[in-house]
Design a protein around this ligand. Structure first.
Ligand code: TRP
Length: 456
């Protein structure tokens, strides 16, 4: 690895172990998307039917896109912008890198707000507020909190601060150490919750809902939602996989790392579904509650559940950890860009980017209440950032990544990178399929979601 490193920028930080890489990647992918968005989308789009289409999207479209980001990142050993500059010959491809950095910045701005909510709910759970005597009215407690001025801002800032503190410590000592410790904890917490939920009286119906397909409730827009969710959940198109991959040593098997990351992300989403849906059914609540599922429906359930106070602690700690390990990967995209392109020191890059994120995140937070009337195209700031990043920037970012690998890099270079220079050979048939997907199938599908996203 040392000879490889001397080839690229001399003292670039990098990951130290294969497990560290896998867990950092999984930490990025597993986030609010798994614990909050996936279960409510399943609830709204016909349960197992949605899950099946989601799995198809993950395997045939998202995994190849992820492999492209791995290839660009590891081959260039540079930040998202620098990667396209280095491999694309300083041409217009740099725009792709810039889009990724922008997407990461927009996502982090609204993601931190929800991250802040998760801190507040975690602290409330420690205070046993989600027990029958806790005295909360789930809906009004949530609405009063998020539409307020200072409390949500302070929690958002606390979340950003946690993110910054980890990132200042660097890749090996910050990101890797942190995610390697916390992802297993997250896994255990989620499994305990799922077991508790699935053993409730009346939970069987929820389990059936998750695993027995009913295509009658599945529409064309459900299919688009499934693909969009697979994109979001795997953190594609915003330079995070690319940036993390740039810290991966040449000896590492990137194809298997990508496959394992995808598997673990999907597993976490399914476990979250098993933790939430059976409880929702056991308490006779409709599964299609939308975004309020986690912050309104679940607290109502915790208050009724035997030992619900403990379940609430496990759940909100999980939500916070999942959000945090994703947020650090978003911030690292911006930090790597500032360090390498603007020649800043890491600490300075964190300070500069934090001051920008504080402003953007505060605007997102205020747009839930005091600034809710400030709208562009009927969207408040929070929804606008979400829309622009999820429906435009990420999708473009992913499209450009597959086009770049499929049509700009040579077949030989792709094969060389994906097989680590022959160290981890890949079956010819698999490579052929992969090459076809990234050249033709994936671009067509991504253009389809772009159009659907812009029209819808
Ligand atoms: N994958 C994250 C989740 O499931 C959300 C996300 C989207 C993300 N794009 C990202 C996280 C980029 C980190 C980096 O919640």
């Amino acid at each position: 690895m040392s000879s490889q490193q001397s080839k690229s920028s001399a003292n670039r930080d990098s990951f130290a172990s294969s497990l560290g890489i896998l867990l950092a990647m999984t930490g990025s992918a597993v986030g609010l998307g798994n614990l909050w968005r996936f279960p409510y989308l399943v609830g709204e789009n016909g349960g197992a039917a949605f899950i099946i289409v989601y799995l198809v999207c993950v395997v045939f479209i998202c995994m190849p896109i992820m492999a492209c980001e791995f290839i660009i990142g590891r081959r260039s050993q540079a930040n998202a912008f620098g990667a396209y500059k280095k491999l694309g010959g300083n041409k217009g491809w740099k725009v792709a890198g810039l889009l990724s950095v922008l997407a990461a910045a927009f996502i982090l701005s609204f993601y931190s707000v929800v991250g802040g909510w998760s801190i507040r709910y975690m602290l409330m759970s420690f205070g046993l507020r989600f027990t029958s005597g806790g005295g909360i009215q789930p809906e009004s407690t949530f609405n009063t909190f998020v539409t307020g001025t200072w409390p949500p801002i302070l929690y958002t800032l606390a979340f950003l601060l946690c993110t910054g503190v980890i990132i200042v410590a660097g890749v090996k000592n910050g990101i890797e150490k942190f995610t390697k410790t916390l992802m297993p904890v997250l896994f255990v917490l989620m499994v305990i919750l799922a077991v508790r939920s699935m053993t409730l009286p009346g939970a069987g119906e929820g389990v059936r809902y998750l695993f027995k397909p009913d295509f009658s409730k599945f529409t064309a827009s459900s299919a688009i939602a499934a693909l969009g969710q697979a994109f979001f959940s795997l953190s594609l198109g915003c330079g995070t996989i690319l940036t993390y991959a740039s810290y991966v040593p040449r000896s590492e098997n990137i194809l298997s790392c990508g496959a394992k990351t995808t598997f673990l992300d999907t597993l976490f989403a399914l476990i979250a579904g098993c933790a939430i849906m059976p409880a929702v059914f056991a308490y006779g609540i409709s599964p299609g509650q939308g975004p309020g599922l986690v912050f309104i429906t679940l607290p109502a359930i915790f208050a009724e559940l035997p030992a619900g106070g403990i379940a609430a602690i496990l759940f909100f700690v999980s939500l916070f950890l999942a959000a945090l390990t994703s947020a650090i990967s978003l911030l690292e995209v911006v930090i790597a860009f500032l360090i390498e392109e603007c020649k800043m020191r890491r600490a300075a890059a964190v300070a500069v980017s934090m001051s920008v994120f504080v402003v953007l995140a505060v605007l997102c937070s205020l747009s839930q209440g005091p600034l809710s009337h400030v709208k562009l195209f009927t969207l408040n700031v929070f929804d606008l950032f979400d829309y622009v990043s999820s429906n435009v920037l990420m999708t473009f970012g992913a499209l450009l990544a597959v086009l770049f690998v499929g049509h700009k890099l040579s077949r030989a270079d792709i094969l060389d990178e994906i097989s680590s220079g022959g160290l981890h050979p890949i079956p010819a048939g698999l490579f052929k399929t992969f090459y076809f997907i990234i050249r033709w199938a994936a671009p067509v599908v991504i253009i389809g979601i772009l159009v659907a996203g812009l029209l819808g």
